[in-house]
Design a protein around this ligand. Structure first.
Ligand code: PGA
Length: 262
């Protein structure tokens, strides 16, 4: 794992955006996995800026989002399809038909999940997956004790995740759907590269457990220790519990730019 500690969320997001921009320049038809939540917002703002000001071309890019709530129509203000349209897709030149978000209104969840997995395979697999991390260590909506071998499927949110996400639903936990469709941990581990973003003090413990703790289903993100190409972009607040923070800074600061952005 490569740990990149930046001053704040803006700098961390810009560093992550440079990695994505580098991929799209090298491989214009890249397949990119995307995440929702508050964490990737600055990353998406920077990708929009790179598109508008530096001509990064998304016209041949394909995307797959990690997850979607079950029971929220695509137009619902908290659906992840709407989030992606409003925060990224509507502002870059990506083709709508190349963007994929699980269908949370499907009548056949199993068939929808299997088709989502197949669509990823048919697209050639995910080149780069963007991840956030829940305060309980989830990636996508793979909550603690999720199988490391899991594929896209229905999951039940933990009560902690329901409480965390109530802020998007007028602070009302009863409005937060309890079920979702999420890529599995096996799906995420198949991506050729994973980049995780985590900002703020409330992520510090989960980040330390992910990076320096044992690999354990109780901390789903810790499986990234087994991924050959995983980068973790964090700010100083999220780095406070890391034992080897100075080492990670030393490593990153010693790298040439081409390696930082690869
Ligand atoms: P957040 O969520 O970005 O809103 O903190 C992260 C996650 O739940 O994966």
């Amino acid at each position: 794992m490569e740990i990149i500690i930046k001053k704040d969320a803006h700098e961390g997001s810009c560093a992550a955006a440079r990695v994505i921009a580098g991929l799209v320049r090298r491989k214009p038809n890249a397949v990119i996995g995307l995440a929702t939540g508050s964490t990737p917002l600055k990353l998406y703002n920077e990708l929009i800026r790179l598109h508008k000001e530096e001509g990064i071309d998304f016209s041949e890019v394909t995307t797959f989002n990690l997850d979607e709530y079950i029971g929220l129509p695509a137009g619902h203000e908290q659906s992840y399809r709407r989030f992606m349209n409003e925060n990224l897709f509507d502002h870059i030149n990506i083709k709508t038909e190349n963007t994929h978000v699980p269908d949370g209104m499907t009548a056949d969840v199993s068939a929808t999940c299997a088709a989502y997995e197949q669509a990823i395979v048919d697209a050639g697999g995910i080149d780069l997956q963007v991840l956030g991390i829940g305060s309980d260590g989830h990636v996508g909506f793979n909550e603690p004790t999720s199988s490391f071998a899991s594929r896209t499927r229905i999951k039940t949110l933990t009560q902690q995740t329901v409480a965390d996400n109530a802020r998007f639903f007028d602070g009302d936990e009863s409005k937060v759907p309890h079920h979702c469709i999420t890529m599995g941990i096996g799906t995420i581990m198949d991506a050729r590269m994973n980049i995780m973003l985590a900002f703020g003090a409330n992520k510090a413990e989960a980040v330390a457990d992910t990076v320096e703790g044992p690999v354990a289903a109780m901390m789903p993100a810790s499986i990234l220790q087994h991924h050959a190409s995983a980068k973790v972009f964090i700010d100083e607040a999220a780095a406070t519990d890391l034992k080897l923070a100075d080492y990670y800074r030393w490593v990153y600061n010693g790298k040439p730019d081409w390696q930082k952005n690869a």
